[in-house]
Design a protein around this ligand. Structure first.
Ligand code: LLP
Length: 423
């Protein structure tokens, strides 16, 4: 059962593969982050900007609006979703290391609260477009505090050798501050850092905050005023496997608040408004992917052991994370219970590629076979949002379930949808 609806019923009504999002769980997590920020920082609590890249559609923006939190978009496409759903632009923050002029223009025209500036060229671009539109645009500078986050290299972003932001250590950040400050159409509102994703040790967040606060103090000394806001990004880790634990918002933010308050006190600074950008931690655990098993096959390994391949009707097109980051997932047979002994199983997709693996190794009931439903928990973040049409497979639907009712929030693509692009 998910949200009071059985997996069998969901599969029968909407087909598989299917992303099933537990709406009450989404509200619970979004609210918990909002309340934890409030609880930890009190009147210094800024905004929780949900990272839209983790999963975005119009219905999600409506939910964010009900909870009263903000949205982080990083492309014109994500901005277009927010606009289409009439999400309040006063709670939108625009990211991106290579925003096009038209993306910058539509963000400023729409009235986004903040643009996070990522390069020197962008200071000029945002400044010029704001001036042309007769506006003063509020901006953050994205900074790389030189923190090595303990996560996969491709999702770690704040060490020095990355494409994002201005390095503090090299002096680029200080130069960027001077450039933004001398631009009349830009209002520097604060600094931003995002050290990476799926992070569990809070020292990383604390270390980044310390570097940013030291720079706030340097700014105060030079410019004789204090910047009002710090955005410390997202990256809070979640459980994918039964023996893992999702970070608890109140715990991690209380720890962070202690560091921020102590550092500000040490520098004689007022505590700035603190904002954060969780994506995965809000949507990741809310969603389960349902697949139907098609075939099974036993292969004999070099040591004589048997590995069973269980093939499902999706794979790397709806979940690229195992192929891209060696991400691990768990599976549950979702249409029945089984007392059968388990067998060493690899759950694979239907793509023409041997790296098309959903789960590299899991002990699954030996009687799992064609027609069974497999439920893969915690696929809400970077699953549907990173989905592709590899092998011309239509991307799955997303269904929201709550109180025993299911409704479609993103419909399944069809072959006609894909063919409609061909000239
Ligand atoms: N803020 C910024 C500036 C970001 O770049 C990101 C993620 C977030 C917030 C949200 O991070 P979260 O709280 O969701 O960890 N595709 C990868 C993750 C890449 C994250 C990119 N930026 C994955 O599937 O693990």
């Amino acid at each position: 059962m998910i949200g009071g609806v059985s997996a069998t019923q969901l599969a029968a009504e909407f087909g598989t593969p299917l992303f099933v999002i537990d709406e009450a769980d989404f509200f619970g997590r979004a609210t918990a982050w909002r309340d934890a920020l409030q609880g930890a920082f009190g009147d210094r609590a800024g905004t929780v900007y949900y990272a839209g890249k983790s999963f975005l559609c119009k219905e999600i923006t409506r939910w964010l609006d009900v909870v009263g939190i903000g949205l982080d978009v990083c492309t014109g496409g994500e901005l277009a979703v927010a606009k289409a759903a009439n999400f309040p632009m006063s709670r939108v923050e625009m990211h991106g290391n290579n925003k096009s002029e038209s993306e910058i223009r539509s963000a400023i025209e729409a009235g986004v609260a903040t643009i996070v500036i990522d390069s020197f060229m962008e200071i000029d671009r945002v400044g010029a477009i704001a001036k042309e539109l007769g506006k003063t645009q509020r901006v953050f500078l994205r900074l790389t505090p030189g923190v090595e986050a303990h996560t996969h290299e491709f999702i770690s972003t704040a060490h020095e050798d990355v494409k994002f932001g201005f390095s503090i250590a090299s002096g680029a950040a200080w130069k960027a501050i001077a450039e933004v400050s001398s631009c009349e159409s830009l209002e520097l509102a604060g600094f931003h850092s995002h050290i990476g994703s799926q992070i569990f040790n809070s020292e990383g967040f604390a270390a980044a905050a310390q570097k940013l606060i030291a720079l706030l103090a340097q700014y105060r000394d030079e410019y004789k005023k204090e910047l009002p806001e710090l955005d410390l990004g997202g990256g809070y880790g979640i459980a994918y496997l039964p023996d893992q634990e999702t970070l608890v918002p109140a715990t991690v933010l209380t720890e962070l608040a202690a560091v921020v308050k102590a550092q500000c006190a040490a520098h004689g600074l007022a505590v700035p408004m603190i904002s954060i950008e969780p994506g995965r931690a809000i949507v990741g655990p809310t969603t389960t992917t349902l697949y139907t098993v098609g075939t099974t096959k036993d292969v004999t390994l070099d040591d004589g052991a048997i590995r069973r391949y269980v093939s499902v009707d999706g794979g790397m097109s709806d979940n690229i994370r195992p192929a891209l980051y060696d991400a691990e997932y768990h599976a549950i047979i979702a249409n029945r219970s089984s007392d059968a002994p388990t067998v060493n199983t690899r759950v694979v997709g239907k793509h023409c590629e041997s790296g098309d693996i959903v789960i590299r190794a899991i002990d699954l009931a030996a009687d799992c076979g064609p027609g069974d439903l497999l439920a893969i928990p915690a696929t809400g973040a970077y699953g549907r949002s990173m989905a592709s049409n590899y092998n011309h497979i239509p991307r799955p639907a997303v269904v929201a379930v709550i109180d025993g009712k299911a409704r479609l929030i993103v419909r399944r693509e069809s072959h006609e949808d894909l063919l409609a692009l061909d000239i």
